[in-house]
Design a protein around this ligand. Sequence first.
Ligand SMILES: NC(=O)c1ccc[n+]([C@@H]2O[C@H](COP(=O)([O-])OP(=O)(O)OC[C@H]3O[C@@H](n4cnc5c(N)ncnc54)[C@H](OP(=O)(O)O)[C@@H]3O)[C@@H](O)[C@H]2O)c1
Length: 268
Amino acid sequence: MSRPIALVTGASAGIGQSFAEALAREGHDLIVVARRRDRLQALADRLAAEHKSNVQVLVADLATDAGIEAVASRAASTPLDVVINNAGFGGYRPFVEIDPKVADDLVAVHIRAVVRVTRAALPGMVQRERGGIVNVASLLAFSGSLPPNNFLPFRAVYAGAKAFLLTFTQALAGELASSPATSKVRVQVCLPGIVKTEFHEVQGFDTSKMPPRMSPDDVARASLAGLNMGEIVCVPALEDPAALQTVDEAQRAVFPSARIPILASRYR
Ligand SMILES: NC(=O)c1ccc[n+]([C@@H]2O[C@H](COP(=O)([O-])OP(=O)(O)OC[C@H]3O[C@@H](n4cnc5c(N)ncnc54)[C@H](OP(=O)(O)O)[C@@H]3O)[C@@H](O)[C@H]2O)c1
């Protein structure tokens, strides 16, 4: 591989495939990760033909220790320019009914895999003083206080995992920015709304009853443009990013006023 190299998880469909295509168009070689080898190979062949990209296929199940290890070890041993931690699934279900194995898999794919692959890729990026990591979360990261209804699914584990990605990425960005030695590496958390991919079909949803969905190409486009602009939190459909500052300000208002050793009067 002679060009900048990007690793994309969940590249066999949807948003990950759009990221892979956009990065190939920008001149990257690629490592594409998912479970379905045939899909990944077809993508690799197409990107080689259309963009002359050198694309390596890495088949891995990120719900398993072996799959996470395989991707993390490739991330540690390759001089990556870009990592897109995108693989995921919804597993929407009332929490008391969710199969415990599905809950474990949600945590593994959305949290453990992202942390391990990021931990594996970052030291090399810091050493080379260049690189970017995108963690694909969801607007549902902001949905903790909203009850389920016609538009919002039962989603406690999924939304909790995506909220983890939001805080993880913001805290990591602050850590990287705090030292000149690490500040050249960028991290971003991307929070799409509803996107037109296989995500809902995989869960057996009737997509004809869903509201209009954004295209996965637009999500990848927003995220990569945002990464260039240094956006730490990218919300593809949010017209005024100042709204995100109000969320930060609310957190900052609560944090110092509650970081005191005095029990609030209502608990006394
Ligand atoms: N679609 C939406 O409305 C929406 C909204 C907000 C956020 N998101 C997030 O966007 C990301 C991409 O979703 P999408 O909409 O593009 O869904 P998608 O079309 O269903 O694609 C999901 C991708 O993740 C891979 N994947 C799933 N489980 C995996 C596992 N155990 N190991 C390895 N790869 C796995 C799938 O590949 P294989 O099946 O081949 O393994 C596929 O490539 C997810 O993190 C999702 O949570 C989606």
